[in-house]
Design a protein around this ligand. Structure first.
Ligand SMILES: NC(=O)c1ccc[n+]([C@@H]2O[C@H](COP(=O)([O-])OP(=O)(O)OC[C@H]3O[C@@H](n4cnc5c(N)ncnc54)[C@H](OP(=O)(O)O)[C@@H]3O)[C@@H](O)[C@H]2O)c1
Length: 322
């Protein structure tokens, strides 16, 4: 009798736990959908006027991929743009394109962000008299087309310094340059491009992932510090975008840079941390559900990772041949 009673009690308890779990996931999914609609659908019809933050936007790594798309889109939305990259030729071509297509002013600054702190004096001098409303810390590099073990990174000593300077130091120094002027005017937007790889440790992309986690943490903490002073610090965490960095064709998973940035800019003032577009937000949500961090770091996942790296190597070889 008492065994029967205990059995039915256990059944009831399990049914209650099941019902609570269903309710939890239902509430989580519904909340995710609401937040997603607010961030990615509503701004298509109603969005922040970015010119209200200042006349100029500054974009690092502005002559290709996501940075170039930001430069164009910011000009399309009414801002003049400062472009910073290494190649003078590409800077001039992009500036001309923006002036012709968007009818806004541009200024170019040639700088290599893999260099150390010495490049920031001249950058600060070049930006001195501009009313900068938006800074996009976009420049970033990875060290090899094929993910690999830390010690197998080609020319590892140089790559350590290059990636720290380019992906981390640039974000700190550019912020240090523009933030005081934004604070004087009590308004400004700093958009830092991190990566999905900055949300969890990524073996075989270890240094890249760690620098992107740095950008993620820096942005969120800085936002908390300066939010009440009128400054928005947004951290953007893209998944895959078709650019020179990824060498991937566009697909339902891989966004085209222009489309990606159009959606990402719509989220300024709405999301402090964002995957940038609806497709990436959904992918992030699914990855989080199916692949928790402990699972990603197991030896089984490492084997899968190595297998997919091999596939990518073959894909890149094909890319080189065409
Ligand atoms: N593409 C993706 O799927 C993806 C995903 C997650 C995060 N991200 C992040 O998004 C950002 C942009 O990536 P992307 O894919 O657009 O890259 P990309 O297509 O390779 O473009 C990089 C841009 O940065 C400039 N640049 C590169 N190295 C530089 C350096 N040392 N100094 C100055 N400028 C430099 C390049 O111009 P020059 O060569 O003329 O200097 C170019 O304008 C990066 O921070 C990346 O980590 C990208």
């Amino acid at each position: 009798m008492s065994l029967l009673f205990a059995n039915s009690l256990l059944n009831d308890a399990l049914a209650l736990i099941g019902a609570l779990m269903c309710l939890y996931y239902f509430a989580k999914c519904s909340w995710g959908l609401l937040v997603g609609a607010r961030a990615y659908i509503l701004p298509k019809f109603w969005r922040t006027d970015l010119t209200s933050y200042g006349d100029w936007a500054v974009v690092t790594g502005a002559t290709a991929g996501i940075g170039k798309a930001y430069a164009h889109e910011l000009a399309r939305r009414g801002l003049n743009v400062v472009l910073i990259s290494r190649s003078l030729e590409r800077l001039r071509a992009t500036a001309e394109e923006i002036e012709q297509q968007q009818g806004k002013k541009t200024k170019i600054i040639q700088a290599d962000f893999t260099s150390g702190a010495e490049i920031y004096g001249p950058i600060e001098a070049a930006l001195k008299d501009l009313n900068i409303g938006i800074l996009v810390n976009n420049v970033g590099k990875t060290y090899t087309m094929l993910p690999c073990y830390f010690l197998d990174v080609p020319n590892v000593d140089k790559e350590i310094l290059d990636i720290m300077n380019c992906n981390a130091l640039s974000v700190l120094m550019m912020t240090r340059i523009v933030l005081p002027h934004m604070l004087e005017r009590k308004k400004g937007v700093i958009i830092n491009i991190s990566s999905e790889a900055g949300t969890h440790p990524h073996p075989l992309l270890t240094m890249y992932s760690a620098t992107k986690a740095f950008v993620n943490f820096f942005s969120r903490a800085l936002n908390a510090e300066y939010k009440s002073k009128g400054i928005i610090v947004q951290c953007v965490l893209p998944l895959l975008v078709s650019t020179n960095l990824t060498r991937l064709e566009t697909s339902i998973f891989v966004k085209q840079a222009d489309d990606y940035v159009r959606e990402a800019l719509n989220t300024v003032g709405i999301r402090e941390q964002t995957n940038g577009c609806l497709a990436h937000a959904v992918q992030h949500f699914v990855i989080e559900m199916l692949c928790p961090e402990w699972l990603r770091l197991t030896q089984m996942s490492m084997k899968n990772l190595k297998r997919s790296c091999e596939k990518r190597r073959l894909l890149l070889e094909k890319y080189k041949m065409t």
